[in-house]
Design a protein around this ligand. Structure first.
Ligand code: SF4
Length: 262
């Protein structure tokens, strides 16, 4: 029974307004193959539940818990009325949900059975076999695209960009509904070089015509302290409003529907 399948999550966010259309419930699956320097959810990277520390090094709590599909669906179903009224549904985020393919697949099947709209927030770093298995159960992909240069992608995220690009291209060729999410990281992803490579690459896509810009912010800083993890971008400033406006204009002129955030 798919509802007995189990996986590890670290949060369920109700009434989410920026993780896809309408009012949504976002389920955060734990584990990510990347280690982005700017990650706002570092507690989502480790696939296992882990201990976090308070400032005095005394109190501690465990982030992440193992749950069944049934338990997650029970939570999701509590807000059915909001999804119906707003055109919302369920978003699977993380971490990287594709790191738990069986659990994700079974969650998606359970949503499909209940006619719930599904969104997958993904970094796209997975084998095509895994993506092939889930792709037709996802209504909308929020697909992160950070940088095109492979050496730089490896430096700043820990992995090659090649599978990310190849999977995106295949999903695009199949006409899947995809919104690209571009994290705007000062001096790293918003450089002239990366923007021009990105622009060249995305204009070759056949059906994708939307891009959301996600500006770097410092909200996740305290999480690094609690996890006793090094924060490599401690002194980095968020991009200026002028720069964000410039970038929005660039992508609009390329024929893309653009949005800041979400
Ligand atoms: S892909 Fe997302 S969750 Fe994973 S490390 Fe990067 S920013 Fe964090």
């Amino acid at each position: 029974m798919e509802t007995q399948s189990r996986g590890v999550i670290f949060d369920i966010k109700k009434y989410a307004l920026h993780d896809g259309p309408g009012i949504r419930t976002t389920v955060f699956l734990k584990g990510c193959p990347l280690n982005c320097w700017w990650c706002h959810n570092p507690e989502g990277q480790n696939p296992k539940p882990e201990r976090i520390w308070e400032e005095q090094n005394t109190q501690k709590e465990i982030i992440g818990r193992e749950v069944s599909v049934e338990e997650v669906i029970t939570e999701i179903e509590k807000d059915l009325i909001f999804y119906d009224q707003s055109g919302g549904g369920v978003t699977f985020s993380g971490g990287e949900p594709l790191m738990q393919p069986d659990f994700l697949d079974h969650l998606l099947i359970a949503c499909l059975t209940r006619e719930l709209s599904t969104t997958l927030d993904t970094c796209g770093y997975a084998s095509w076999e895994i993506i092939k298995r889930i792709k037709d159960k996802v209504d909308l992909f929020l697909y992160d695209l950070k940088m095109i240069d492979d050496a730089k992608h490896q430096k700043y995220t820990g992995v090659s960009v090649l599978p990310v690009l190849s999977n995106l291209k295949k999903l695009d060729e199949e006409g899947k509904y995809i919104i690209i999410r571009f994290p705007v990281i000062t001096g790293i992803t918003e450089t002239e070089e990366n923007i021009s490579q990105l622009a060249e690459w995305i204009t070759k896509l056949e059906t994708i015509k939307e891009i959301n810009l996600l500006p770097f912010h410092k909200i996740g800083y305290s999480k690094y302290i609690k996890l006793k993890r090094e924060n490599k971008l401690l002194n980095l400033n968020p991009p200026s409003t002028e720069r964000l406006d410039q970038l929005l204009d660039i992508f609009r002129e390329l024929g893309f529907k653009t949005k800041l955030g979400g």
